[in-house]
Every structure is written in structure tokens, then in C-alpha cells.
Design a protein around this ligand. Structure first.
Ligand code: SF4
Ligand code: SF4
Length: 458
């Protein structure tokens, strides 16, 4: 866009010093994000920044919101705590639930800090599980030597009354404790997180963080190429390896600046004469790769952002989205039993099974490999069923291993509808099967296909 300042990196939220040409934008001032990796256009409503900013990459780096789990207690994360004279300091690391792992480190440091500053004060440290990250074991040893009293508890063995008295009961130990309580807070996403999910068209994850617990998205990638998530945008575990994850992210951004290629070789286009601008494709695209083209009054696909799942094609009500490739053209051959397999799960699992056992689990089947089982449309299955007498097995992903986040569910819906159709026609609905796998389930795949082969190949 002519006249917009260009940056290699835009920070939404907190900024870290880097060698990139970068800019910081407050989350509440960001209004819109258009474009794709290498060429994002951010619209801002901020007196300190121009209205439009071009950025090649984006990091969303928001702090957490803290919510107290013990009303009236101080936060363990707050440096400005106040200790009452002659009363013990009580660190509560995991109440009532386990805290994120990085809290162990904060709590150990805090307990040592208190013991150093107030050597005569008793310090109790209550915890359910100590996580030994980095130098936590050294801190733990130091804290024990300094006289800090560690009390391990399980759920139900520690209760806190409204007037902040702690009752601890474990085996033959019974204690009533009172003093200054420093408790680990519960961490929640920042206020702006939900708004940013809408602006960036990102899928919400666990407890409304901007990240799904998905093996393909670790550690800081969002579903959208060139948009990265750190700290309070991503979930409490993000703080545990924050430095490593920041380094990884900056390394990825440096790579993006030397050039990003399209993910697959096929071209997807939207016919502006057929598109009714219903926004279905925009909503279902798990990678934020579809935007409105105002000039054509139609939608458009951004090629670098597109990750080739074909979800948009399968959902478009007017068949306006076309791809210059047909995954199913060679399917109606002499081969009987058809397998439709996802290249990210079943195909990888089959390769692993082969290298583990020397056996080829797919032999005897006619397989069609798709980038995501969301590629499968009703008409494909109907044609396959009509063209030969074989059963059809679709092998998709378990939810957390779906690279395209929601492709596995889309396929389930397609298969369910086909089964309903077959039943209505008084045909055998079990001619179509849907099974979910992850790339790690090589042994399960081998056993399961062997059973199925025996059942369907006479
Ligand atoms: S789903 Fe199809 S008709 Fe609807 S906006 Fe997308 S391309 Fe256009
Ligand atoms: S193929 Fe998948 S990633 Fe590409 S535009 Fe369609 S839905 Fe988005």
C-alpha cells in the first residue's frame, strides 16, 4: 500500500528488543489485519502510529490476567508484597489445582528472597508437585538448606478458611498455619485476546487462548502463517519456555524474510461470478487465508497463507472455489478396496509401520492420498461407491493431530450424511467407514488395516 510505513515485524502488545525493523502496536488500538505473510496490512486507531502499517510478520505478545485463587492473599508473582512482622511467610504454589510449571521457579526464588531479606522469619512452602525446570533443583536444595519448610500436599489435604487460616493434614502431620500468604494466581488470557482472535481470524484454543493444543502448531505458530503467539496470548504453559520460544519465533521470522514459498503446487481460485460473498469460506478457513476482494465484490485466496486443506472448497454453497487438480481421477480403476488417507496422519503412520516391521500396511488397497480429509466431498464417495463394489475407508486425524485444525470434523459430517443417504436408500451404510489416527499411531494403523483387510477382501 502506497505511503504505509513498512516493518519486518509488528509486535501486538509487549515488545522485546530485536535487530529487526519492528514496531509496537497496542492490542486495543489494532482494528484490522489484511494480507498474508510478508505483506500484512494493519489498520490502527492510535494517535502514536499511522493508520495503516505494513508488516512482514506479526507477534502477538500479551501479558496474562491474574485471578486470585485465595481471596485476600498476595500474588506470588507480585514483587511488591508486604510481610507482617513476626508472622510466617506462607508460599502456596498449587492451590487448588496444579500451577503452570514456571510457577515452581518463581515460587522457589520468592521463598529464597524472603529468607534472605528476613532471616528470622519462618517460611513455609506448600506444593502439590515440584517441577524441575532449568536450575529449579539447585534452587530447591538451596531453599531446603536455608531452612524453608516444604510441605507437600494432595487435593483435600490443604484447606484455607475465609480468614486466611490454613489447615494442613497429611498422614500423621496436622498443622494450623496463619501468616502472610503468597499464592500462585490463576492465569487467564488478556482482555484483548478474544478481539484479536476475530481480527486475525484465528481459531480459539483452550480457555479462549489463541492456540489449539495441536502438534503441528508448536511452539508459537498460530494457524496463520507469519503470525506468532507468545505468553498470555497462547496459554499458561507458554511462560515455562518463554526465552526458548521467543528465540525460535525470531529465528522463524528471520527465515520468512528471506522468502516464503507456497505450501502446495495447486492453484485455488474463486470465480467472482459465482461467489455470493456469504463469508462461509472466510469463516471455515483454519489458516486465515481468505479475504474479501472489494474491487471484484468477491472473496480471494491468498496463496502464501493457503495451506491446501480444501475446507473452503468443500463448504462453498455455490461451488465458486476451484482447484486445478482432482485427487480422485484415478480412483475408479480395477483395484477394489479404496482407502482415502490424510497425508499428515495415516500416510506418515503407514511409513513408520513399514520402517518398524518391514511390512507394507497399505498393500492390497487402492489408496488416494489427500492433504486433509476435508477434501473429501459427498460426490467423491458416491462416485467411488457407484464405480465399483468395494467398501471405502477414510483415515483422518484425531483432533489434536489435525494440521488443519477442523478438517477431521468436516469429514465426519460428510461421512455421517453419506451413511444417512445409504440408509434411506436401503443400502448398506457400513460400506463407508471413517477412522481417526495420529501420525504416531503406526502400530494401531497396521493392526487395524490388517483386520479390515481380512473383513473386506474375500
Ligand atoms: S463460500 Fe463460496 S460463495 Fe461464499 S464467500 Fe466463499 S467463495 Fe463466495
Ligand atoms: S484450501 Fe484451506 S487453507 Fe487454503 S484457502 Fe481453502 S480453507 Fe484456507
Amino acid at each position: 500500500m502506497a505511503g504505509s510505513p513498512k516493518y519486518e515485524l509488528a509486535w501486538i502488545g509487549d515488545k522485546v528488543e530485536t535487530d529487526f525493523k519492528d514496531i509496537q502496536i497496542s492490542a486495543k488500538d489494532l482494528v484490522a489485519c489484511q494480507g498474508e505473510v510478508g505483506d500484512f496490512i494493519l489498520t490502527c486507531n492510535d494517535r502514536n502510529n499511522p493508520a495503516k502499517i505494513e508488516a512482514a510478520n506479526i507477534i502477538i505478545n500479551l501479558p496474562y490476567q491474574e485471578e486470585p485463587v485465595i481471596e485476600g492473599a498476595d500474588s506470588l508473582l507480585n514483587d511488591n508484597y508486604y510481610l507482617k512482622d513476626d508472622e510466617p511467610a506462607i508460599i502456596v504454589q498449587d492451590y487448588p489445582d496444579l500451577s503452570p510449571a514456571f510457577i515452581s521457579k518463581v515460587a522457589l526464588k520468592r521463598s529464597l528472597e524472603i529468607k534472605n531479606n528476613y532471616p528470622d522469619q519462618e517460611v513455609y512452602y506448600l506444593y502439590q508437585a515440584m517441577r524441575f525446570l532449568e536450575d529449579n533443583d539447585r534452587l530447591y536444595e538451596e531453599a531446603r538448606k536455608a531452612g524453608i519448610v516444604f510441605l507437600k500436599f494432595d487435593i483435600g489435604q490443604l484447606t484455607v478458611s475465609e480468614d486466611l487460616k490454613l489447615s494442613y493434614e497429611r498422614e500423621d502431620i496436622e498443622l494450623e498455619l496463619a501468616g502472610t500468604i503468597l499464592a500462585a494466581p490463576e492465569l487467564k488470557p488478556a482482555d484483548q485476546t478474544e478481539r484479536l482472535a476475530r481480527i486475525f481470524n484465528l481459531v480459539d484454543g483452550y480457555q479462549d487462548y489463541l492456540q489449539l493444543d495441536n502438534i503441528y502448531l508448536q511452539p508459537t505458530q498460530s494457524g496463520r502463517r507469519g503470525v506468532y503467539l507468545l505468553r498470555g496470548s497462547r496459554g499458561p504453559t507458554a511462560l515455562t519456555y518463554y526465552k526458548e520460544e521467543l528465540d525460535f519465533t525470531l529465528g522463524e521470522i528471520a527465515k520468512n524474510l528471506t522468502g516464503v514459498n507456497e505450501i502446495d503446487d495447486y492453484e485455488r481460485t474463486i470465480d467472482d461470478q459465482k461467489c455470493i460473498v456469504c463469508y462461509t469460506c472466510y469463516r471455515v478457513c483454519p489458516h486465515g487465508a481468505i479475504q474479501r476482494d472489494d474491487e471484484l465484490n468477491s472473496m480471494k485466496i491468498m496463496e502464501l497463507a493457503c495451506q491446501g486443506c480444501n475446507l473452503c472448497i468443500s463448504r462453498c454453497p455455490t461451488s465458486a472455489i476451484e482447484i486445478d487438480h482432482d485427487y480422485f481421477t484415478e480412483a475408479d480403476s480395477e483395484d477394489k478396496t479404496n482407502l482415502i488417507i490424510c497425508e499428515n496422519s495415516a500416510e506418515i503412520a503407514a511409513e513408520k509401520y513399514n520402517s518398524m516391521t518391514g511390512e507394507e500396511p497399505l498393500s492390497g488397497f487402492k489408496e488416494i492420498v489427500v492433504p486433509c480429509v476435508s477434501t473429501v466431498e459427498r460426490k467423491n464417495i458416491i462416485q467411488l461407491l457407484a464405480s465399483n463394489s468395494a467398501d471405502i475407508m477414510v483415515l483422518g486425524c484425531v483432533a489434536e493431530a489435525c494440521k488443519h485444525l477442523t478438517g477431521h470434523d468436516r469429514c465426519q459430517q460428510v461421512i455421517d450424511r453419506i451413511k444417512e443417504d445409504l440408509e434411506k436408500l436401503d443400502l448398506n451404510k457400513d460400506r463407508v467407514h471413517y477412522q481417526r489416527l495420529s501420525p504416531r499411531m503406526a502400530t494401531d494403523l497396521g493392526g487395524f488395516l490388517a483386520d479390515w483387510k481380512e473383513a473386506v477382501i474375500q
